[in-house]
Write a protein that binds this ligand. Sequence first.
Ligand code: SF4
Ligand SMILES: [Zn+2]
Ligand SMILES: [Zn+2]
Length: 308
Amino acid sequence: MISCDKCKRPAVTYIRHANLHLCAKHFIEYFERKVKYAIKKFNMIESGDRIAIALSGGKDSVTLTYVLHKFLSKRRDVELFAITVDEGIEGYRPPTVKIARKITSELGIEHIIVSFKDYFGMTLDEMVKLGDKKPCTYCGVFRKYLLNKTAREMGATKLATGHNLDDEVQTILLNFLQADIERLARLIPQRVQEGLIMRIKPFREVYERDVVVYGLLHNLPMDMNECPYSYFPVRAMVRDFIYNFEEKYPGRKYSIMRSFETLIPCLKQMFPQIKLNRCERCGEPTSKRICQACVLLEELREKKNLSQ
Ligand code: SF4
Ligand SMILES: [Zn+2]
Ligand SMILES: [Zn+2]
């Protein structure tokens, strides 16, 4: 039996990049310290905040809900609530919506569920059948739209997402490889844009693996299923590359993150934030005249009318 490096209890996990064997108690302390560090570093939570958690019901957002509730439930000056977007993906989304309901009711967190069907008149499955775009295009645009709109209408000051260190470094490298530096600049934390609720990512300093370990140690419901539309071959290559690199040189995920953070001042100069317009149709923020959600929706509605 391997024992914890901090005490003599049995170790439940090994943090490779820090060469640390930790028992449950010390791992939980380690994990929460990392999350608190990220929150403090980017001033993610301030007095008076009303924080909306983007709760899909997947492992990351469920764990995030638990952790934020643990950190904030005693504070009188910060409020927490959760928003779940039900895109309408048969077989995949219903179980996670159920998990989202369960965790919020157990923790006593206000929970709002909004669906593509109710808001746009079609599920994602129906959109995919009608349209010619990739499922993730519809899903990404409409989910972002609904999350932002609902969060704003519910008085949120921040929108917390469950992106972890692995997600972030994959996106950073992917943007470099695709020479999409403008998109890279969108990863700068705490970007303020009128009409867009500020995103915060409290898990940006924790490995995906550690999120799973933390969730398992707390018996949180962990849905590990993958969306049936998930198809990201380039991202999968980047993920595998980072995995192999990290295996050989532990801690390199942090190196990628720190390199990106060093570039933030340059990125801010290269891509100063533009003032967003209001969509002429729906009034939501957009860099164009008409927002992408309205453009896609019109295309889909035309196709739907033609097919009837
Ligand atoms: S993988 Fe599935 S849930 Fe994720 S963006 Fe694509 S369609 Fe949506
Ligand atoms: Zn210990
Ligand atoms: Zn619009």
